[in-house]
Design a protein around this ligand. Structure first.
Ligand SMILES: Nc1ncnc2c1ncn2[C@@H]1O[C@H](COP(=O)(O)OP(=O)(O)OP(=O)(O)O)[C@@H](O)[C@H]1O
Ligand SMILES: [Mg+2]
Length: 226
């Protein structure tokens, strides 16, 4: 089934691009297409100037695309074993270097390294899922709704790390239902609805775009009353 239609999106090194849109808009499908989990039936995907359409997920990971999936999907293994599953050799850093980097970013994971990831809190599982994606030394990191179901304080911690990663030069495509949060962290925002791009642009500009309110809050007047 064709889910996405004519979407054009670009992300440069160190940029955070947010994909927003209601349930079923096609956000996850777009991320899965970029990382090779879904096959694009038409269009192009270029990564660092090279055409990567049709490459398999493991090939995309080797090229530097990390995918932190919707729903976290941590394995019923210890925290450290989860990191092992994400490690990609040959991208310049050893397992130990990358693992230690993840534990520096998320000290709680270092403390819980031998615990079963499945028994951790939702926030800690999200950290494991991000950490696992970082074990491939990604240059582009795809994050699918990392804030879902988490307490504001945990979301804040996770987004601090996302900002830090971008500052270090990692490009980030972030799917986020929390639009206030999106506008806060993003350089550019792309709003999807029914598999098509409704509007896109610098976060500050899109935040003020009336179409955003139409997509998200139909029926609300300008004072927020229904
Ligand atoms: N494997 C699949 N087979 C058929 N249809 C699918 C499949 N995965 C997703 N879809 C459909 O594609 C559309 C987009 O789904 P997608 O999961 O990409 O949306 P989303 O924006 O990530 O939504 P959500 O906010 O709920 O995560 C939906 O209509 C969905 O039902
Ligand atoms: Mg989704």
């Amino acid at each position: 089934m064709k889910v996405l239609h004519g979407i054009s999106l670009k992300v440069m090194p160190g940029e955070i691009v947010c994909l927003i849109g209601p349930n079923g808009a096609g956000k996850t499908t777009l991320l899965r297409t970029i990382s090779g989990l879904n096959r694009a039936t038409s269009g192009t995907i270029r990564f660092k100037g090279e055409d990567v359409v049709g490459l398999k997920p493991h090939q995309m990971v080797r090229r530097g695309v990390g995918h932190c999936p919707e729903g976290r999907r941590v394995f019923q293994l210890s925290v450290e074993e989860n990191l092992v599953t994400g490690y990609i050799a040959g991208r310049g850093k050893s397992f130990a270097e990358l693992r230690d980097q993840v534990y520096r970013l998320f000290p709680i994971l270092g403390e819980r390294r031998h615990q079963s990831a499945g028994r951790l809190s939702g926030g800690q599982q999200q950290m494991v899922a991000i950490g696992r994606a970082l074990m491939g030394s990604p240059e582009l990191l795809l994050l699918d709704e990392p804030s879902l179901g988490l307490a504001p304080i945990i979301i804040h911690q996770i987004f601090e790390i996302v900002l830090k990663l971008a500052e270090s030069g990692v490009s980030i495509i972030l799917v986020e239902q929390n639009i206030d949060l999106s506008f806060e962290v993003a350089d550019f925002v792309y709003a999807l609805e029914h598999g098509a791009l409704q509007c896109s642009g610098p976060a500050a500009k899109i935040a003020a775009d009336p179409r955003i309110k139409d997509i998200y809050l139909p029926g609300l007047d300008s004072h927020g009353a229904q």
